[in-house]
Design a protein around this ligand. Structure first.
Ligand SMILES: NC(=O)c1ccc[n+]([C@@H]2O[C@H](COP(=O)([O-])OP(=O)(O)OC[C@H]3O[C@@H](n4cnc5c(N)ncnc54)[C@H](O)[C@@H]3O)[C@@H](O)[C@H]2O)c1
Length: 254
């Protein structure tokens, strides 16, 4: 069943907005009527992406807690946060150097926490809002060649559950996409590479679009609670069996 969400008058902040999924999420939110603010590391890519969407660009290195807080403080209003900023490294477990481990955890987990905390404080104060975090199918299983990535994404699921409890009625959810060809996974999203179907900057797969719109749309309704919505095959975001028994999770997503 199609999900129709109207986010007119709402402000949505999307991190990693110059990247593949961030841009696609931002476009989905803009299509739903939201005023979109794109954040990413300062680069021409960010300016180009924002210009393409007619969105505001707010550069920030989110591993810096002060920059994360300033990003939220600089917004007149904030109804939806999509945590898309992230990095992936492919290195066998025994070869991961301390610096690489720390960097992956810093960007994927710490930065997401700084921003979730800052945004959560604002949203809890206004009694409404929606936070959606991009985890990964890698959160659900080990990755012998990306143990840091997998561990950081698993930690995001736990953070999401904690934040959902702590911040209610603010909605806090995570989605767990499978592989989508973007720069993140070394994909050239201009060139199809069967058997994977590239989604890249062009847009979200329909399942992901519905998931994002439904979760972000909770902001307009002021619904509370949260949950985790793992994807099960490349490019598709699905709700977890039994998720409908949880309170106000991704039950609109089937
Ligand atoms: N592409 C996939 O197959 C896939 C699958 C599952 C989950 N994910 C997750 O989705 C999210 C987006 O992935 P993507 O494929 O669009 O990646 P991407 O590399 O295209 O985009 C990620 C963006 O994050 C930004 N970023 C990195 N470090 C940052 C920092 N310190 N501060 C602010 N921004 C920073 C990068 O500049 C980049 O634009 C990531 O969290 C990723 O782990 C991606």
């Amino acid at each position: 069943m199609p999900v129709t969400i109207d986010l007119t008058g709402r402000t949505a902040l999307v991190t990693g907005g110059a990247g593949g999924l961030g841009f696609a999420c931002a476009r989905a939110l803009a299509d739903a009527g939201a005023d979109v603010v794109l954040s990413d590391l300062e680069s021409p890519r960010l300016s180009r992406a924002a210009a393409e969407l007619g969105a505001a660009a707010r550069p920030a290195d989110l591993t810096d807690r002060a920059q994360a807080a300033a990003l939220v403080d600089g917004l007149d209003r904030l109804d939806v946060l999509v945590n898309c900023a992230g990095i992936m490294r492919t290195t066998p477990l025994l070869d991961i150097e301390p610096g690489e481990w720390l960097r992956v955890v810093d960007v994927n987990l710490n930065a997401t926490f700084w921003l979730t905390q800052a945004a959560g404080r604002r949203m809890a104060g206004q009694g409404a809002g929606s936070i959606v975090t991009l985890a990964s199918v890698a959160a659900r299983s080990g990755r012998p060649n990306a143990a840091h990535y997998s561990a950081s994404k698993t930690a995001l699921l736990s953070l999401t559950r904690s934040a959902a409890e702590a911040l209610a009625p603010v909605r806090v959810n995570a989605v767990c996409p499978g592989v989508v060809l973007t720069p993140h996974v070394g994909g050239d999203h201009q060139r199809p590479r069967p058997p994977l179907r590239p989604r890249g900057r062009g847009g979200l797969p329909e399942g992901g679009r519905r998931a994002l719109a439904a979760q972000a749309g909770g902001a307009a309704r002021g619904g509370g609670g949260g949950g985790v919505v793992p994807g099960q095959r490349p490019g598709v975001v699905r709700d977890r069996p039994g998720a409908q028994r949880r309170r106000r999770t991704g039950d609109e997503l089937t």
